[in-house]
Design a binder for this molecule. Structure first.
Ligand SMILES: CC(C)(COP(=O)(O)OP(=O)(O)OC[C@H]1O[C@@H](n2cnc3c(N)ncnc32)[C@H](O)[C@@H]1OP(=O)(O)O)[C@@H](O)C(=O)NCCC(=O)NCCS
Length: 379
């Protein structure tokens, strides 16, 4: 078969699969999970409800939500072997550690080799519960603390903060992270989800697909952007005046550098997720007694709007929100994975349910065919 199309750089605008999980209208700024508007979910739902929605394409009843919370609680405690592995890993990028640790989770999963749909679903639930514990515990051990027991009475976001800090979060802190997890949970065929689906389409296992997703998420053009945003804010400095903030952004634009946390392949309006994270950043600032990071972010946003008309994306206000939650910068991108694991696994289950190997073609642009073969001793 001869490929017919000239490739589109970055596959922009190419529809590569059908999916019932996530709908984005980039022109109108609409994001919906299984038909449910993200604004309703960010205001009314909790992360566990959203996980159920992504996996089942409908909201859970109270009983179904209770069952899922129990399944999360049962899976959240990490096996001793995982703690030993965490302690033995050399210092390095937290996403590298997460990639290794999620891969290692397969070794202790009782159904690692069972590809049947019920087992794949149970692995999706377990893995989603465990990724939160892995990231929080990794962060805690790295900061010199000891592992903390999860509390089955707390939700996923609150447990994450408990396992990371050793302290029970306030209602506002738990809700701020809960909202961030809801907003990051899925985003159609983003780079990491595509990577996960391609892996699943070879009929490889759930853990391998998640590891592929983590690898793609790490890059600064994708999940790595939230850490870059915070590094930029810190480099500008908490005490910087507006003039310095504006100068920094204008200098970046003059150098043709990408300002992290701005722009999106799909949205031509404000990223609807940014709307809620902006609110969380302000509320966290007001509660902590300093809205400085929020105000600096507003200033940067205004300069970007005036100079480039490019809007903030999901990563921009998540940075200051996470910072005020006491989450260290190196965990920002892993926290994205704590949420996106729900979307990755939903897409993996959807791929398994109606699978065909994903194997596109490449337009050949190499040396002309056929080339004469010159034997080695005459080259
Ligand atoms: C998200 C992103 C990778 C999308 O990339 P893309 O769809 O390939 O878009 P492009 O990089 O081709 O950008 C299109 C134009 O907008 C400009 N632009 C896009 N994002 C920009 C940013 N953050 N800062 C400054 N200019 C930006 C580009 O320079 C380009 O301008 P040009 O046409 O004059 O060359 C890109 O906007 C980016 O790198 N953003 C910063 C990283 C980030 O926040 N990533 C998280 C995404 S959720």
């Amino acid at each position: 078969m001869t490929p017919v199309d000239t490739p589109k750089a970055g596959l922009e605008g190419v529809v590569a699969t059908s999916s019932a999980i996530c709908h984005i209208d980039g022109e109108r700024g609409v994001l919906a999970y299984a038909g449910h508007d993200i604004h309703d979910l960010a205001r009314e739902a909790g992360f566990e409800e959203v996980c159920y929605l992504l996996w089942h394409r409908r909201l859970p009843s109270r009983a179904e939500l209770g069952d899922l919370r129990s399944e999360f609680a049962a899976a959240r405690r990490l096996p001793e072997a995982m703690l030993r592995l965490m302690r033995s890993l050399p210092a390095g990028h937290a996403m590298d550690a997460l990639r290794t640790l999620v891969s290692a989770l397969a070794h202790s999963d009782p159904e690692a080799d069972d590809q049947a749909p019920p087992a794949a679903y149970r692995k999706a639930v377990r893995l989603t519960a465990q990724v939160g514990s892995v990231v929080a515990t990794w962060g805690r051990l790295n900061a010199g603390g000891g592992p903390i027991e999860p509390d089955p009475a707390l939700g996923h976001a609150a447990n994450f903060l408990l396992l990371l800090t050793g302290e029970r979060p306030s209602a506002l802190e738990a809700r701020a992270l809960d909202v961030a997890l809801i907003l990051h949970a899925d985003h159609e065929l983003n780079a990491s989800t595509f990577a996960a689906r391609v892996t699943a389409a070879t009929l490889s296992d759930v853990h391998s697909a998640a590891v592929a997703g983590i690898g793609a998420l790490k890059g600064p053009l994708h999940g790595g952007a939230n850490a870059e945003v915070m590094r930029m804010l810190l480099a500008i400095g908490e005490d910087a005046d507006d003039a310095r903030v504006e100068r920094t952004v204008r200098d970046m634009l003059a150098r043709k550098a990408k300002v992290p946390g701005f722009g999106h392949r799909v949205y031509r309006t404000e990223d609807p997720r940014a709307t809620h994270l902006r609110r969380m950043s302000r509320e966290m600032g007001e509660r902590s007694g300093s809205t400085r990071w929020y105000e600096m972010s507003r200033r940067i946003e205004a300069v970007m709007k005036a100079e480039t008309n490019i809007d903030a994306n999901v990563d921009f206000y998540s940075a200051s929100t996470y910072h005020m939650l006491g989450i260290p910068i190196e965990l920002f991108t892993p926290v994205f994975a704590v949420s996106r694991i729900a979307g990755w696994t939903a897409h993996v289950l959807e791929q398994y349910a109606d699978n065909r190997l994903i194997r596109p073609r490449a337009e050949y642009v190499g040396p002309e065919y056929p080339q004469p073969f010159t034997p080695l001793d005459r080259r």
